[in-house]
Design a protein around this ligand. Structure first.
Ligand code: GLU
Length: 287
């Protein structure tokens, strides 16, 4: 059997906080227990928010925590051609269409309607699908005029093609195993790429996990609902499904998810205060 492959996949758009540390340590512990490999992947497709100095800080913080990962590190910004190739395959299946409404316009449409507008698991209003109904000549005119657009997955057609799907989700702390039905329809016609960014998180993560041979994905519960979209893209593109581990989120004192702007829980602030890596592990109940 080839060794299991784990990956920690942070976005370098801020300093790592305790939530990232928990995820990274669980990845490392589970990889070690499985005699597997540990990869670090830098998810930097958002050029406006990602910075090389944050990537540097991530490496320093992870090394301080005691992680050892393989080199070279994969940077998503260096693999746009791979995502474009996967997108072209989905397009050739007739599953991709262009939409021209901005996020603000979709929110306005949703707010203007009397009946409640369906929302995705993150609370954003679902795209109503108007781009799918555009006449080809109108679509071509908008693109030729330089209008911004997003390329979306035709979710109903994609599900009809792939059929019912499920994935294995294990609790990263207890190991409890559950087979979860994939419900990608909760997200509506998800964005796969934008005019200015030739991929989206969903597409890049699926292409990378497949091309890096990732067999075990360990990440927070906040991504459990997205896993259904990833499973669908894997099925359409003919990729194997990794085993998923989901872990609890580390919350702040008021019970909110930690955000990158919360300075107090930044790992380097804790380090500067004299906390040792073992104390960080102990905070999470890890030996
Ligand atoms: N880059 C994502 C994040 O920082 C994680 C993606 C994943 O683990 O699939 O939240």
């Amino acid at each position: 059997m080839p060794p299991s492959v784990f990956r920690f996949a942070p976005s370098p758009n801020g300093l790592m906080h305790l939530g990232h540390a928990y995820s990274a340590l669980l990845n490392a512990d589970l990889a070690r227990a499985a005699g597997g490999r540990l990869l670090l992947r830098i998810e930097d497709i958002d050029a406006a928010r990602c910075r090389p100095e944050y990537e540097q800080a991530i490496s320093e913080d992870l090394a301080w925590l005691g992680l050892v990962w393989e080199r070279p590190v994969r940077r998503q910004s260096e693999h746009f051609a791979d995502y474009a190739a996967a997108l072209a395959r989905l397009d050739a299946m007739g599953l991709v269409y262009a939409s021209f409404e901005s996020r603000a316009e979709i929110a306005r449409l949703a707010a203007a309607r009397a009946a409640p507008w369906p929302r995705d698991p993150d609370g954003a209003p679902l795209y109503p699908g108007s781009g799918r109904m555009l006449a080809p000549a109108e679509r071509a005119r908008l693109i030729a005029d330089g209008a911004p657009f997003a390329l979306r997955l035709d979710m109903a057609a994609a599900i009809a093609r792939a059929g019912a799907l499920s994935f294995t989700s294990r609790d990263a702390a207890s190991g409890a195993r559950e087979v979860v039905a994939a419900t990608p329809q909760l997200w509506g016609d998800v964005v796969l790429a934008r005019k200015e960014t030739p991929t989206s998180y969903h597409l890049a993560v699926v292409v990378d996990d497949a091309s890096q041979g990732v067999s075990h994905v360990v990440r927070g519960n906040d991504l459990l609902a997205s896993t259904g979209v990833h499973r669908l893209l894997q099925a359409l593109l003919g990729y194997a499904a990794p085993v998923y581990y989901h872990h609890r989120l580390i919350l702040d004192d008021s019970g909110r998810k930690l955000s990158k702007s919360t300075g107090a829980t930044a790992l380097r602030a804790l380090r500067a205060e004299g906390h040792a890596p073992a104390a960080i592990r102990a905070m999470f109940g890890l030996d």
